[in-house]
Design a protein around this ligand. Sequence first.
Ligand code: ZN
Length: 279
Amino acid sequence: MKLGDVELISIFENYFKLDGGAMFGVVPKVLWNKLCPSNDNNLIRLDLNPLIIKTGKEILVVDSGFGDVLNERQLKIYNLGGPTRWDGELKKNGLKPEDITGVIFSHAHADHAMGALKKGKDNSLQLRFPNARYYIQKREWQDAMNPNERTAATYLVDNLHVLEESGKLELLDGDTELFHGISVKVIGGHTPGMQAVIIDAGGQRVIYPADLMPMTAHIRVAYVPAVDLDPITTMKQKRWLHEKMLREDWVLAFDHDVDIKFAKFKEDEKGKVVAVKFG
Ligand SMILES: [Zn+2]
């Protein structure tokens, strides 16, 4: 998608499968299953959709998918669709890993941060994008490196150490404009330090709200994943996002939707908020 001088590309890094109940919390299966059909094991498919932002000066990656650093046990837990598609997706867009100047993490969960690493020849972990700086909220990084009983399964601390030791990590303290027209906003809810990325270009505002609204099936305020640490904050932020999407005509980039990567919202005849594919 071209917005003035800025180009946005939604990447298909991989797909994986998770328990449908975990993705919809208190919503009964008879309701969510209409939006997200599950298989015999109650699993639903989620795509991994990192975003590339080309500004002319910077080539940024927003979130990085799972990559290929998971061990056997982790691969089973996440039911990954296959090997990472990073190299092919970059090539398709005329890019090399070395071209990436910055990586912005919404948060440090394995499906968002592990794709920033890759296995070297001796099986040691390396940075996938060797020339990039890596941006994340300080709060998120502290929580990720010191997980509790509830969060330990979602942060792969040993792997995250590689990022920390690279010397290329930039810890952010709250909302900030990182580059001209590209800013981050702390959203919380899913994790306290999760941030959205907001792009202003060509008179259009685009938001990548990460796991605040992972799929179109999560548009409704009450459809909050059971894994969210603070569901009340998620609901509050979703109301805010509805308001912005509808009244200010924003575009939303979904991080896990299978069919719709970019959308605008509208209210249907019954006043229900729905996504309309964009770009
Ligand atoms: Zn997450």
